[in-house]
Design a binder for this molecule. Structure first.
Ligand code: HEM
Length: 831
């Protein structure tokens, strides 16, 4: 049984059951030696009934002439010539949306409106030589509102076309309906006014109307009349605005509903361009994944989802898909049904851009991609196809480049709408600038005091190619093969880093991360960070995920990202408690936090016993994109996008300390972590690339990491001792079984020197600042050859956690810089 249309009501002259539920080129396409099957006048209206021929409804003869004249402006090369006009509005869209972030709605925008503003302005500029100023005013022009009104009535009219007597009543009666009559009159008048103005423009502008106007000026009898040009302009406004806006909404919505695919599309954009100006009509052709996502959006949400009926000539007999179709029959493919048919697609209701890639995954090789024809085919297919794709590519790339978007709750069912025009359907979402990942726009210049950060040359063994995409490939490779990368993938670089032997520097970093527990800079116990770092902004405070602040010096040449630690009621605030605990137990527990205690929160299903788990399963879990490590990578990527030439340093406390260390290890960034949960276990599981000569499963043996773990011996979390049945962490529901840190450890011996008892209470960053760093730290003496003179300090040493449980021995053996005292030679502190 074959269906052409499902949702249209069947009448006696509509062919109900013919053909595969697939787009039929033998209805719409060019037919060898045969005339095209004309548009169904009962749907479109009799061509003769229109006072002026317009491209959508006119007869075939008029159509050939009008289409020829209009086509020039829509070719690929003509569009490149018009690119400056388009770019003007792409940029305006982004800047107007950016303004909304700091606006009264705090970044909540209805994308339906904004995408419509853009497409109306674009097509206004290209057809009439000026926009509707919808973007500039942030509102629909009255003419656009009229179009919406007309479209609503258009549906009634289409009904009228099918039933002649009723149709004529509707046709004339509608002019007496207050809204419609006024809208129709204004619509016609405004179109005429605009065309007259455009004709009057003595300009060498190159836009889609240039050619018809040129022909008109030469009084060519085969050209288009002024009235026809007016009608064409109006038709283009109608055909080219809400359709494209709808496709943009769908692509945005579908990507936002699928974080992994969104990330892939965004990564592609991030990797492809160095700056936003590189996003052009041509360059976006290379965004294979984004293009696939756009095709898939058009499949799932065809902006013209209906059956576009054609009617066989009364005296003809057609063979369609092997079926004999008599004369006078209405036939057509219903786009939405064809696109969603399981006969044409595997997983038809799922958003799978990969099915459009070449080659597609095995599962989708049998998909019939030709079933999707959102722009129709043949002589009356969409004239604006190239323009629509150009807008889709460029706008999507710019949106992904500029914004982080989150769907508002009201948008969740956006796809469930069942009518064609978009106007009534809001698509609210929350926008933040990608540049700052949820920065609160509170870039206060904090008052300057005397604190400074001392710089020193730091040697870090880092990957040569540290682009995000390359690193993700490396990680995938390391995870799948357990292999190490070739030697030439690494370089030992010497870069500016913070001097952790300097007390004020350490204090500054500690205060920065203490601020991570405070949402609003400058309030409560906020520490004024000053000297070189006096610019601050916040990220993540609107959600329950990764939080913190970003600091920059006045010239933005050094940026410090500071990450907040766990917020259990036990330690600090409580808003992110649940998510923090989930991440804690995922990254730092051996076995998904479900092994030993009923208090632990089960965070994955990989545990196989009390202290055993399926390693592969856990590794997969860690790569779940909403985890903190992935968020930290997003954050870093975004920061570097805005400050491509800045040195980026990291800091953090506790969980934030561990995350900053993992991020630092990944990208080779100087990091000062405070009281960090031991991070070697997640570093190994995440498959962080390992330099030559090291074992990726023992990252704690690495040297020259640029990571400094500052802490003290009375903190059981930092010391990797907060585990076991009787530990406070276990009672609080945290399973911390990771024992080793990667990088250098700077340990204050508060147990040995001050006689402190090990207690979770000593973990708070504010206690560490006042009772440990301020109270203990004296400047470390760095001799000329920069050897680290431990004896002058209260720092008890820097030691490698691979020796963590080894015993009491310690040795001082110094390398040329303080930063890479050999791990195996470091002092072990007994607790
Ligand atoms: C994603 C966006 C778009 C989609 C899905 C789309 C879809 C379509 C479809 C399906 C048709 C055939 C209608 C029929 O057979 O009755 C059509 C026709 C047409 N479209 Fe589009 N369209 C889009 C954007 C545009 C744009 C941007 C323009 C121009 C500014 C445009 C101008 C036209 C014109 C002039 C026709 C009539 C062509 C003719 O009959 O020769 N469209 N469009």
């Amino acid at each position: 049984m074959h269906l052409f249309h499902l949702s249209t009501r069947v009448n006696e002259r509509t062919l109900p059951l013919v053909g595969l539920l697939t787009y039929r080129s033998d209805i719409y396409g060019i037919r060898a030696n045969k005339k095209q099957i004309p548009k169904d006048p009962k749907f479109y209206g009799e061509p003769d009934s229109f006072p002026v021929a317009n491209i959508i409804e006119c007869s075939e003869t008029d159509h050939a002439r009008i289409r020829r004249h209009l086509s020039y402006g829509f070719s690929e090369s003509a569009l490149y010539a018009q690119e400056p006009y388009l770019t003007k509005y792409f940029e305006l869209l982004i800047s107007r949306l950016t303004e909304q972030i700091a606006g009264p709605q705090n970044g909540v925008v209805d994308l339906v409106r904004w995408y419509n503003f853009l497409t109306f302005d674009n097509i206004g500029e290209l057809s009439f030589g000026e926009p509707f100023d919808a973007l500039a005013n942030g509102d629909y022009h009255y003419w656009i509102n009229n179009i919406s009104t007309l479209l609503k009535f258009g549906r009634i009219q289409a009904f009228g076309h099918r039933y002649p007597i009723l149709g004529s009543i509707i046709k004339y009666g509608m002019f007496f309906v207050p809204g419609f009559g006024k809208a129709a009159m204004e619509h016609v008048e405004y179109g005429q006014k605009k065309t007259a103005k455009r004709i009057g423009l003595q300009t060498d502008r190159n836009d889609i109307m240039s050619y018809p106007f040129q022909v008109l000026r030469h009084n060519n009898s085969n050209g288009m009349t002024t009235a026809e040009i007016t009608a064409a302009g109006t038709a283009l406004i109608l055909a080219g605005s809400e359709t494209t806006a709808g496709a943009l909404c769908a692509a945005t919505f579908l990507l936002l509903s699928d974080p992994d695919r969104m990330r892939r599309a965004r990564d592609e954009v991030d990797t492809a361009f160095g700056s936003e100006t590189e996003i052009t009509l041509k360059s976006t052709l290379g965004l294979k994944y984004l293009l696939a996502a756009i095709e898939e959006s058009l499949r799932m949400y065809p902006p013209v989802p209906v059956r576009l009926p054609r009617r066989t000539r009364p005296d003809s007999v057609e063979i369609i898909d092997g079926h004999v179709v008599p004369g006078g029959m209405s036939i057509g493919t219903h786009q939405w049904s064809s696109n969603r048919s399981p006969r044409n697609f595997t997983d038809p209701d799922s958003f799978i851009p990969e099915r459009w890639l070449k080659p597609p995954p095995d599962r989708y090789v049998d998909d019939d991609l030709s079933a999707v024809q959102p722009f129709s085919q043949g002589p009356r297919n969409c004239l604006g196809r190239n323009l629509a794709y150009a807008e889709l590519r460029c706008v999507m790339a710019r949106m992904l480049w500029n914004f982080d978007m989150v769907l508002c709750e009201q948008s969740r069912d956006w796809m469930q709408q069942d009518v064609v025009t978009l106007s009534p359907f809001y698509l609210p979402m929350y926008l933040t600038e990608v540049a700052t990942v949820g920065l609160m726009g509170n870039n206060n210049l904090l008052s300057v005091t005397s604190i400074t950060v001392v710089y020193i040359k730091t040697r870090i063994f880092m990957l040569v190619d540290r682009r995000r995409s390359a690193i993700e490939n490396y990680r995938a490779y390391t995870r799948s093969s357990g292999g190490t990368l070739p030697d030439d993938a690494w370089i030992m670089d010497e870069i500016d880093g913070p001097d952790v032997s300097d007390k004020e520097t350490v204090l500054t970093f500690a205060k920065m991360t203490a601020n991570d527990y405070i949402a609003e800079p400058g309030t409560g116990d906020w520490n004024q960070i000053s000297g070189r770092f006096n610019w601050s902004a916040s990220f993540g405070w609107l959600g329950d995920g990764l939080r913190g602040h970003i600091y920059a010096d006045e010239t933005n040449s050094t940026i410090i990202i500071s990450l907040k630690g766990t917020s259990p009621a036990l330690f600090d605030g409580a808003e992110t408690t649940t998510n923090d605990k989930l991440n804690d137990n995922l990254y730092f527990s051996c076995c998904c936090g479900q092994g030993g205690s009923y208090l632990w929160r089960q965070v994955c299903d990989c545990s196989t016993g009390v202290y055993t788990a399926n390693e592969t399963c856990i590794t997969e879990e860690l790569h779940n994109k909403d985890r903190y490590y992935e968020s930290a990578i997003d954050l870093y990527t975004n920061v570097t996008k805005v400050y491509p030439n800045a040195d980026v340093w990291l800091t953090g406390h506790s969980l934030g300390g561990a995350m900053s260390a993992l991020l630092g290890l990944t990208f080779g960034l100087p990091t000062v972590a405070f009281q960090a949960i031991p991070d070697a276990l997640p570093a190994a599981r995440l498959g962080l690339p390992t330099p030559p000569g090291y074992n990726g499963l023992l990252p704690q043996t690495r040297k020259n990491t640029g990571i400094f773990h500052i802490g003290h011996t009375a903190d059981p979390i930092y010391m990797g001792a907060c585990n076991g049945v009787g530990s406070t962490c276990t009672w609080a529901g945290y399973a911390f079984e990771s024992a080793c840190h990667v990088g250098e450890m700077c340990v204050y011996d508060t147990v040995g020197d001050k006689g402190w008892r090990m207690s979770i209470g000593t973990h708070r960053i504010n206690n560490v600042i006042s009772d440990v760093i301020e109270a203990h730290h004296v400047d470390i003496n760095i001799s000329n050859d920069q050897n680290f003179n431990v004896r002058n300090t209260r720092l008890v040493g820097m030691f490698g956690q691979n020796n963590h449980h080894d015993g009491h021995h310690f040795l001082y053996e110094y390398n040329e810089y303080i930063y890479y005292i050999y791990l195996q030679d470091a002092r072990m502190v007994w607790m």
